[in-house]
Design a protein around this ligand. Structure first.
Ligand SMILES: [Zn+2]
Ligand SMILES: [Zn+2]
Length: 54
């Protein structure tokens, strides 16, 4: 079973047009944002260190 990738902001499954980057704070957790959240500039919270960013 394939692991489902979810948007860190809205928690919805991401398929394409999403971005992935390491948390700028702890540099360990991967943050994922779907196209919608990118456009809306929704904030995300790192599940590891609690860092919140735009
Ligand atoms: Zn999203
Ligand atoms: Zn972090």
């Amino acid at each position: 079973m394939a692991k489902i990738k979810k948007c860190t902001s809205c928690n919805k499954e991401v398929v394409e047009n999403y971005v992935e980057f390491k948390c700028p704070s702890c540099d360990k957790e991967v943050i994922r944002r779907c196209e919608k959240c990118r456009k809306l500039a929704s904030s995300y919270t790192c599940p590891k260190c609690g860092f919140t960013g735009p």
